[in-house]
Design a protein around this ligand. Sequence first.
Ligand SMILES: Nc1ncnc2c1ncn2[C@@H]1O[C@H](COP(=O)(O)OP(=O)(O)OP(=O)(O)O)[C@@H](O)[C@H]1O
Ligand SMILES: [Mg+2]
Length: 264
Amino acid sequence: MNSIDVRHLTKTFGSFSAVKDLSFLVPQGEIFAFLGPNGAGKSTTIKILTTLLSPTSGEVFIEGKSSVTQQNEVRKSFGIVFQDPSLDDELTAYENMELHGVLYRVPPVIRMGRIEEMLRFVELWDRRDELVKHFSGGMKRRLEIARGLLHHPKILFLDEPTLGLDPQTRSHMWQYIVALNKQEGMTIFFTTHYMEEASKIAHTIAIVDHGTIIAQGSAHDLQVKTGTASLEEAFLALTGDAIRDEDATSTDQMRMNMRIRGRK
Ligand SMILES: Nc1ncnc2c1ncn2[C@@H]1O[C@H](COP(=O)(O)OP(=O)(O)OP(=O)(O)O)[C@@H](O)[C@H]1O
Ligand SMILES: [Mg+2]
């Protein structure tokens, strides 16, 4: 069965289409990387897949359930690590886990055991009673992964889980994730801007640009298709080297400032 089944998904914000007629399948137990330049529509897609946004049109099935009409069932089947931090800084690591366990109705008899299991998994058990506001960026990210796993999901969504982390922490993080995939057959759907991570870890890579998939396959397939020697080169060959939306605005701003300066 497919863990994720996306059919002709479109999402518009006013007159702007962030996601355009997107279709793809992720088989159970696969590690799937969703890569694309800034503003390509990755986070918007993840938000729709995880029921936080509703699609403008198209269908999404998560473990066979519709993410529009069967939201409660869908929510039980996945864990998520968001692009933006979402921990409560004023609570301890343990309290953040407990809150999530209560929200997801993990029965009290198994909740404590699970919290310990997950905090040990990400090597934070000894720090469980410290306030999250005193944690480093890497510790917070590990805690978010532990929290996303607390209710034993079938799918883990990770939106740039390793952003801003040092190479050691990034390497550990992917080791945990690969272990979950191997031991539990957990489907992993992730985004990253670190191409070498995707190249090493993903079974399948979809390159998305301007809201649509422009190429899909293994890292090797994409390199062969573009005649390049690395995923990073393949990515640039497919998506071009122009800087995207946000930066385009700042480039316009820069040009304008230069014009103003020129006038003085
Ligand atoms: N709520 C919203 N209202 C209007 N536009 C939005 C909204 N959310 C996203 N967008 C726009 O949709 C496009 C896709 O955004 P999205 O966050 O999905 O990109 P992304 O691929 O995750 O980029 P990044 O790599 O920078 O995280 C962007 O142009 C963004 O400005
Ligand atoms: Mg994003």
